[in-house]
Design a protein around this ligand. Sequence first.
Ligand code: SF4
Ligand code: SF4
Length: 210
Amino acid sequence: MILREYLPSIDQALCRKCRKCEEICPAAAISLARDKKDEKKMTVNPARCIDCQRCMDACPENAITMLPREADRALRVDLSGLDPEEIKRLCRRAGLAPGEAVCACSFITARELAAAVLLGAKTPEDVCAMTGVRRGCGIYCLVNVFKILEAGGITPEGRRKSRLYHHPLDPLDIPEERLREIDARFPQFRLVEDVALIRKYRGRERREEA
Ligand code: SF4
Ligand code: SF4
């Protein structure tokens, strides 16, 4: 469960529809949509927004301001109608313990990620919007999002023109030799396994960036 304190507000007079906010949003909460007057403008979906504030940081025009959120501040996955055994099975297939915190920033558990998949999440952005995972750094939890989607039989596909991952501390930049050295010293972090998964799903993204 996370508490969403703020919601982005877009100054349409400043916005030049570059869509950088849309690309960077981990929850697919901002998109270019038509309003009632049939005019295209960047629009925030409050139900999906997790208050990570990446859009505000990314906007080159300073068109986004985070305003206090008035309603629906708590975001939690409803576990009540789900079979706990099914949740456990999905976590086990993903190699995660149900009560394990999969995100060091939000303390979202593997159980919550599994519940999101059982409730219909089909993409990393869906898991993010339903649970609040990736609200902080977005680095270490992303691999767990990949794992849980794979365990649910889903191949995570990045949205077109979206970027799954944004951080200067990119695990893909760790030299192979160093990676194996760290993995040998701290096998509990499963670094080699995790980087292989990141490489699998981010390879395409990086090729597109090049
Ligand atoms: S990043 Fe800023 S200028 Fe670009 S589309 Fe989003 S709100 Fe508009
Ligand atoms: S989830 Fe983050 S990036 Fe997306 S709209 Fe909300 S604050 Fe902006």
